[in-house]
Design a protein around this ligand. Sequence first.
Ligand SMILES: [Zn+2]
Ligand SMILES: [Zn+2]
Length: 212
Amino acid sequence: MTQDKDGNKRSDGNEPHQYQAGSTTHREEDQWKKAPPYRIHEKNDNFDVKWKGKCHCGAVQYELSREKPLDSKYCHCTTCQRLHGAPFQWAAIFHKTDINFTNGHHDLGWYDPTNKSTDHHLPCKVQCAYCRTPIMDEGRNMILLFPTLIEGINTPEGKKAFEVKSHMFYQQRVVDIKDGKPKFKGLANESERVDEDTGEVIPGTAPKKDDK
Ligand SMILES: [Zn+2]
Ligand SMILES: [Zn+2]
């Protein structure tokens, strides 16, 4: 342990995860509570609720003010496969200000897959600290929500609003999906396409860097 200029104890990385969710201290590490997506909204914030979601145990509950995600895709990368215990991840992209947690917003657990750390270091995975349901991936600017937490996602309206536009990291897939959607070897719109019939990468289909 070391101390910062205010005399607060700082983890040197060898300590257990004392700054994790649920903490009621006012240390620098708790600043995340005051900023989107975790800032508590006031009643008069004019947050127009379009969808509601919750974890399995119900400790974490949220509302969304956007009718449709900015993008929706399946990620077939091996990290998503392992962290979700599923063949692929379904991610719907929203702005951090599109979400309003109504319960459990400070009762979350983190996992930063890059550093294999449970500190709140972006980008990171966010879970309910109690039932461990994956809630979202928090990036530096956006959040990637997992739509299966959303009430009504299995209705025609839900399926239409959150319909996926593409598959990414399809080359790492454990299941073939012939849905006619664009399939990318790596990141969507930044890597070569994969032919869904042959399962092969189509040479020359990566966008040129100058186009961007
Ligand atoms: Zn939960
Ligand atoms: Zn992935």
